[in-house]
Design a protein. Sequence first.
Length: 455
Amino acid sequence: MKKKGIGAYWLIPLAGLSGAYFMIALILSGRMMPGDRVNGYDMSLRSRSALNGILNEYRGGEHQLLIRDIHGKDFTLRGSEIDFRVDYPISELPKRNSLLFPKFLLTKESFSLEPEIHYDEEKLAGILEREFLSTESEGTRPRNAFLTDYIPGAGFRVAPEQDGDILDPGALKEAVRKALLELSPELDLSEASCYQKPEIRRDDPGLQAEAKEKNDKLKSSITYDFGNQRLTLNADTYFSWMTPGKNGSTQFDPAKIKEYVAELKRRTDTSGSNRSFRTATGQLIALGGPYGYNINQKKEQEQLAADLLSGKELTREPIYTTVGVSRSGPDYGNSYVEVDLGNQHVYVFEDGKVSLETDCVSGNMSLGRGTPAGIYPLSYKTTNATLKGPDYEAKVSYWMPFNRGIGLHDAKWRGKFGGKIYQHAGSHGCINLPFAAAQAIYQKVQQGEAIICHY
């Protein structure tokens, strides 16, 4: 009897402890365990049914989204305007057996719940339309990059694109939707690429290739060397002459080339122009004549057309029919033959000094055969020539023509030279010379040398 009393005594505290255990388990039923955290917040002993509201309180109440446009203007979208609501999927949290609470006291759990966002899409669309899309016509539309016209000194260039400030409705709605789903406090429309973009940018391979192709066709430059000056023809001038050819090739307008060469000839030819000349006796006179620089227009046009297609930088002289000896100073230089028709005297100048002089007989003035004044190039020189005309034939030892059938030559049939002989007993137009003088002059002069005749 005594032993049974002692056993009953221990049943009383054991029953109390069991009751307390089950009471605690009952209290913890439907609640989070001590130490539990949800989305980083301590939810110890919180009722599962209250978790959604608690998480929304921690989040800060009504959600607001600040939207900033490209000009820095801010608009605040309030959650209440679009019936914005955040729900957390509490059902995803594991339901633990509260009878096992001692186990959970020893292990703290942390859970993460993705919020479920709800809002009225029609209300949001209306706000976006009113605040952002209704002023679209007032903005600047994007502009594609493009190939410029020819720019002097630079060629063809790719002009950069322009982004503009008109919103892309689809991109705007998607960016706002994403910001709301992510509970972002701010949305920068420019950073989110919500504005309409150019379709073609300056690094577009097609544009770059087109610019390169056109500029490659403009690499040619021709520098004309005129001795005392140089004139350069480059793309700044000839780009407008370009015309498309067959199979994508490039051609140059022949009329433009002809026009350019004609102007070049007009500006630089000395042949046919009046030039000042100081005679051996000191007079300063003006003389024309065919001597001098004379661009061969047809051949130069052909050469220029080929040079433009070469893609090379060239320096050369124009193609001449006749040339002078100097571009700096008189084109006839300082070595020439002067025929003073008024005084019937010939001077040979070498390096600016008279190396030979002699009397002569020129064309018969009374018969209208006077030797024409002017500056002429020596056509050629030869020996033992026969000169023929309608009423004469003469054999000469030294023949030096300079003006078609007029030239310098020996006249062994004459006994006298100089004076007034030419007025009534002159030649058919040639310059008759003593044999020794003709021989000496023949040895001194060269083809192309200037023969300067004046009265």
